[in-house]
Structures are given as C-alpha cells and as structure tokens.
Design a protein. Structure first.
Length: 88
C-alpha cells in the first residue's frame, strides 16, 4: 500500500513545524521533546521520500544522517587524501 506523496508531504511539514516549536521551547541540552521531534522529522522525511519515489520515480536532494559526529568523517577523508598508492 503506497502513500500519496501529498499526504506524506503534509506529515513532513507538520513534523517540521512541531520540531520548531519544540526547539524554541527547549528545556535544556537533552530535552526529550526536542529529541522526539527530531526523530519524527527524520521518519516523516523517509516516508515522503519513499512515497515520492514510488509515485513518480523521483527523490529529494536530502538524506537522513545516521551519525551526528561529522568531525571523524572529515578526519578520515583527510587521512585518505594523504595516502599514496605505491606500485612495485
């Protein structure tokens, strides 16, 4: 059963609005309301992206990131650039 992309988009928009409300009312660093809203946005986005692909064969230019710590990825990329391929 596929979901109409318009319905999924409305759910994503609602999730984004709820995230904004939660972020503006944050009660500290680990506020569970903000965290729940964050994951609701991620879930709603994935549903929208999937429904868009199923209906029209299109995707958005966005993706949900799994790891928030990008510093390690940047360091790994820099290390890879420093590697040199040596052929015998």
């Amino acid at each position: 059963m596929s979901i109409d992309p318009r319905v999924a988009l409305q759910s994503l928009t609602t999730a984004l609005e709820e995230h904004l409300i939660a972020a503006s009312a944050r009660r500290g660093e680990g506020d569970p309301t903000v965290e729940a809203a964050f994951f609701a946005v991620a879930d709603a986005f994935e549903v929208y992206d999937d429904s868009l692909y199923e209906a029209y064969g299109e995707v958005t230019p966005l993706e949900v990131i799994d790891d928030v710590d990008d510093d390690d990825d940047e360091e790994d990329a820099e290390e890879d650039e420093d590697l040199e391929i040596v052929q015998d």
